[in-house]
Write a protein that binds this ligand. Structure first.
Ligand code: NAP
Length: 257
């Protein structure tokens, strides 16, 4: 399928590894010129080189996207037709562990940063009557994960903002949606599974196997299939998908809707 977005320009945040990288490579394959960000130079350059192999222009911007400086450095390469927001997830912990400062950090990274990026990018998209935004959130928005209270809270706040804003800008050809990962094989999952294995004193392979066994698909997802869905949501074919929360979890959340 021709996604109809060759030649468009995208900002993909936190894109050197994992789900952000999956999105960046899928957009590059669709012919989209990219600005990608991350804090670590080596992985970012490696991803940029891989994306350039699709024949698109790729600018790698080093910085922390959750800071004003990091966002300004990325936005300086705009304007953008497509925005994919992403950042590392907050640390795990029991409900009683989180301090006010922990909440402020989580809200900054996983709620206020995507909101600031949308506020910066939407005026151009509205002006040209075409734009796409995909926010990488989490399955925890639909089904809370007890040890990820910081993530549950911050991402639900973002979801509320998107629900209203997506419907306010849709008349201008701008579609904002959230993509909710379940368990996908990335460094983040390796880190969470490693912590769980250490806590229980079991091999990490056992935690992966238990994880897969709980998913109707019988496996965890890949960054490539996550990226493919993101690219579709950013495509010219997806102009009637507005304000949705699309779950990619292999059927893990047992719900009718
Ligand atoms: P990952 O494999 O750890 O990759 C994170 C990427 O983001 C890396 O490229 C990292 O590069 C970059 N990054 C992190 N913090 C950044 C920052 N402040 N500024 C700029 N770049 C930053 O993580 P992932 O699994 O792809 O997860 C992406 C998001 O989805 C996270 O918020 C995670 O909580 C959420 N999520 C993931 C899953 C899953 O199954 N993987 C499930 C639910 C939710 P640098 O470290 O070099 O900056």
């Amino acid at each position: 399928m021709d996604l109809g977005i060759a030649g468009k320009r995208a900002l993909v945040c936190a894109a050197s590894k994992g789900l952000g990288r999956g999105c960046a490579l899928a957009l590059a394959e669709a012919g989209v010129d990219l600005v990608i960000t991350a804090r670590g130079a080596d992985a970012l350059e490696a991803t940029a080189a891989q994306a350039r192999a699709f024949g698109v222009s790729v600018t790698a911007v080093l910085g922390d996207i959750t800071t004003e400086d990091g966002r300004a450095a990325a936005l300086a390469h705009g304007p953008f037709d497509i925005l994919i927001t992403n950042a590392g997830g907050p640390p795990a912990g029991a409900w009683s562990d989180h301090t006010r400062e922990d909440f402020i950090r989580a809200l900054d990274a996983n709620m206020l940063t995507p909101i600031a990026l949308m506020q910066a990018c939407l005026p151009h998209m509205i002006g040209q009557k075409w734009g796409r935004v995909v926010n990488i959130t989490s399955q925890s928005v639909k089904a809370p994960i007890a040890v990820l209270g910081l993530s549950n809270s911050a991402r639900t706040g973002l979801t509320g903002f998107v629900a209203g804003t997506a419907r306010a800008v849709a008349q201008h050809g701008v579609c904002i949606n959230n993509l909710l990962p379940g368990s996908h094989d990335t460094d983040r999952i390796a880190q969470l599974n490693g912590a769980e294995a250490a806590r229980r004193g079991v091999p990490v392979a056992q935690v992966y196997a238990e994880n897969a066994a709980e998913i109707p698909a019988g496996r965890i997802g890949t960054a490539e299939e996550f990226g493919a869905m993101a690219a579709f949501l950013c495509s010219n074919r997806a102009g009637f998908i507005v304000g949705q929360n699309i779950l990619l979890d292999g059927g893990a959340i047992n719900a009718t809707l």
